[in-house]
Design a protein around this ligand. Structure first.
Ligand SMILES: [Zn+2]
Length: 300
């Protein structure tokens, strides 16, 4: 190699190995935490998403490509509360990565930062209850998202103190913008207060509480157990005199049971994206599903 090329190579090496340029590798189990990490860490983070909004986060295959990604992680940002119990423990074991073991600084679970709804008094796993630690779907409560954001900022600063000021600034900016958005959403959704719905999965408890909706039945007999014909008949009997305003299911779920009930009751079945899609921000995703609900509900 010519001497000047050597010098350039050396300079490049110095630049990329300079601590200020080292990016923190974040492995996000679900797209909403990838979007939050992006908002809070920007270019200081290299973020990979394990799943998309079109996948069921309860049931993901621990593929070798995911093991390779989690092996490089400095931090994992996941939901917790057993949402990923079928795949994350296996990925962690296979990764042999001490930085992200439970209890390590790089192990960040969103549900550990907030209180949870639907905590069962007794759990019968033989029935396939996949919400045994409480309802993990906190991404539909913007106030809980704020709490998770604050905790994530604190964690990022601990993991990467050289960028403390940037994390603090981005954290403040996110919360200010998010708070303003919450006010706008709450104003917009007032016409939905008191509306009743049937859900495919117990995935909307936080949304329902926030929007002041009323869930009257769930198509799955237990969280994670597919609807059975006997359970669906029971629901139909229950709602026939007083049908729900709409039926909600997640974008990744089969629409079969929801459409069946929609046909029987003459009500709409609405598919709501369960998380951020592609490069959407959290705000864009909230804007999207709130407008979708308002649009679908405008003639109720
Ligand atoms: Zn669930």
């Amino acid at each position: 190699m010519k001497p000047y090329l050597k010098l350039i190579a050396l300079l490049l090496l110095l630049i990329v190995s300079k601590p200020g340029f080292a990016r923190l590798n974040v492995f996000a189990c679900e797209p909403e935490w990838a979007a939050l990490a992006k908002a809070l860490g920007g270019d200081n983070l290299h973020i990979v998403r394990a799943t998309t909004a079109q996948q069921d986060p309860h049931h993901i295959q621990a593929r070798p490509s995911l093991i390779a990604k989690i092996r490089r992680a400095d931090m994992i940002a996941c939901t917790g509360a057993e949402l990923e119990i079928g795949w994350l423990p296996l990925l962690l074991r296979k990764s042999s990565n001490a930085k992200i073991r439970p209890g390590a600084l790089g192990y960040f679970m969103a549900t550990e930062q907030v209180s949870l709804l639907d905590k069962p008094t007794s759990v019968d796993r033989s029935l396939g209850d996949i919400h045994a630690a409480g309802n993990p779907h906190i991404q539909f409560d913007p106030y809980r998202i704020s709490k998770v954001a604050k905790a994530m900022t604190t964690r990022l600063i601990k993991l990467d103190p050289s960028h403390k000021n940037e994390y603090k600034k981005k954290g403040k900016q996110f919360l200010a913008h998010w708070q303003k958005s919450i006010q706008q959403w709450e104003k917009a959704i007032q016409p939905l207060h008191g509306k009743t719905f049937v859900a495919h999965h117990q995935g909307w408890s936080y949304l329902s509480q926030w929007l002041e909706l009323k869930q009257i039945a769930v198509l799955e007999p237990k969280p994670g157990v597919p609807p059975t014909s006997s359970h669906l008949s029971e629901i139909l009997a229950k709602v026939s005199d007083n049908p729900p305003d709409f039926i909600i299911y997640a974008g990744y779920q089969s629409d079969k049971a929801a459409r069946w009930l929609a046909n029987k009751t003459g009500k709409k079945a609405i598919a709501i994206p369960f998380s951020v899609s592609n490069d959407e921000t959290l705000t864009q995703w909230y804007n999207g599903f709130i407008h979708l609900l308002l649009w679908e509900a405008h003639d109720l």
